[in-house]
Design a protein. Structure first.
Length: 376
């Protein structure tokens, strides 16, 4: 397989990396003798805002509520390994060639660094809803090879290569977070769905994040100042099917493509001759052996697919400036879960700053941001 079609493949392997969690606030039940005076004052006070729904009832029962609306901005950086299956590639809107099983990946890693803006409201005392607007600079690195079986059944790499592509993407989404808090301890189940618009894709890429966390807030010098610590998990699921198209002129120089294609076609011809020679050397009884039949058919099928693809690629090179590559594939994160730890410093009920680190498995992420809240 030549590297120009990988320009297309690379552009679709971006994980949807703007699916981060927002700053942690929650409705807190004031309980215990130490907090009795605060709980009593809440029960006597009039709740002045329209949101959240049942806000007045919650304060009458001794809950401290965060301001009902907020805006946060965040930096989000992520590194994640991906798995690709069911790869098909074609040229100039012609036949699509099934390369699944022929192409093997040594590395597929997506990187993204972005900024997002999140407006949010507390719809109920236990439920926060928010929107996501983001912009990210992303890249994908891929190392791969094209492998075909020979007469012994062993696979041979007829060429290998690695490449990297950089691009930008816009993200929008919605989410909600059910929470529960008592005496500063809390649990949150953050969930959101995002769509990332990459120009080279036929449709926006969709991702779903489930981000359960448990934590504890510790009051500092006054009742509204605290520091918050949490641990939890981060689960990312992306839509698997991806299709798209790019011009060949966006790929590497034509001379390098031609060399790759020529060498690949020579290897296919050589291995095909070896397979035929091996088959013809077998006796009639050996050719009737199901094991030999399966080996021969598997080699012929793989060589035919590889040869057809390379032949079509060679034809496309002749009109390099106007040719295009079409592709479809299934992708998924190598690991859907990773562990998270985080902390937030709240100056007062209006301002808070947070940081979070996700690690373990094949994905890492870093989040840093600030939030401003107000009554609505």
């Amino acid at each position: 397989m030549n590297r120009r079609c990988w320009k297309a493949v690379l552009l679709v392997t971006l994980l949807v990396c703007a699916s981060e969690a927002h700053a942690q606030v929650f409705s807190n039940k004031e309980a215990g003798k130490k907090n009795q005076a605060r709980a009593d004052s809440l029960k006597k006070a009039e709740y002045p805002y329209a949101l959240p729904i049942w806000g007045a009832k919650a304060t009458k029962r001794g809950y401290t509520l965060p301001y009902s609306a907020g805006v946060s901005t965040q930096y989000f950086g992520q590194r994640s390994d991906l798995v690709i299956n069911n790869l098909m590639v074609g040229f100039n809107n012609g036949p699509m060639y099934d390369l699944d099983g022929l192409v093997k990946f040594d590395k597929v890693q997506a990187r993204s660094d972005g900024l997002s803006l999140r407006p949010d409201i507390w719809l109920f005392p236990f439920l926060n809803v928010y929107a996501i607007l983001g912009r990210s600079a992303a890249s994908t690195e891929v190392a791969y090879g094209l492998w075909v079986p020979d007469s012994s059944g062993a696979e041979q790499n007829i060429f290998s290569a690695s490449t990297k592509v950089d691009f930008s993407a816009n993200t929008f989404g919605i989410g909600f977070t059910p929470t529960l808090g008592i005496r500063g301890g809390w649990m949150a189940l953050d969930m959101n769905v995002t769509w990332t618009d990459v120009p080279q894709l036929d449709e926006p890429a969709m991702a779903f994040v489930f981000d359960p966390r448990i934590g504890k807030a510790f009051r500092l010098r006054n009742a509204d100042e605290n520091i918050n610590f949490w641990v939890g998990g981060f689960r990312l699921k992306i839509n698997t099917g991806t299709t798209g198209s790019i011009p060949l002129s966006d790929a590497l120089p034509i001379g390098e493509w031609q060399t790759k294609v020529d060498n690949g076609m020579q290897e296919v011809a050589r291995i095909s001759a070896e397979v035929e020679a091996w088959w013809n050397s077998l006796s009639a009884a050996e050719q009737a052996n199901p094991v030999n039949i399966a080996k021969y058919n598997a080699a012929k099928d793989a060589l035919a697919r590889a040869g057809g693809f390379l032949d079509r690629a060679d034809t496309a090179i002749s009109s390099f400036g106007t040719s295009s590559v079409q592709y479809s594939l299934d992708k998924r994160p190598e690991d859907m879960w990773n562990f998270i730890v985080g902390s937030q410093y709240q100056i007062n009920r209006h301002w808070m700053f947070r940081a979070e680190f996700g690690f373990l498995a094949s994905r890492t992420h870093v989040i840093a941001g600030a939030q401003y809240r107000f009554g609505l």
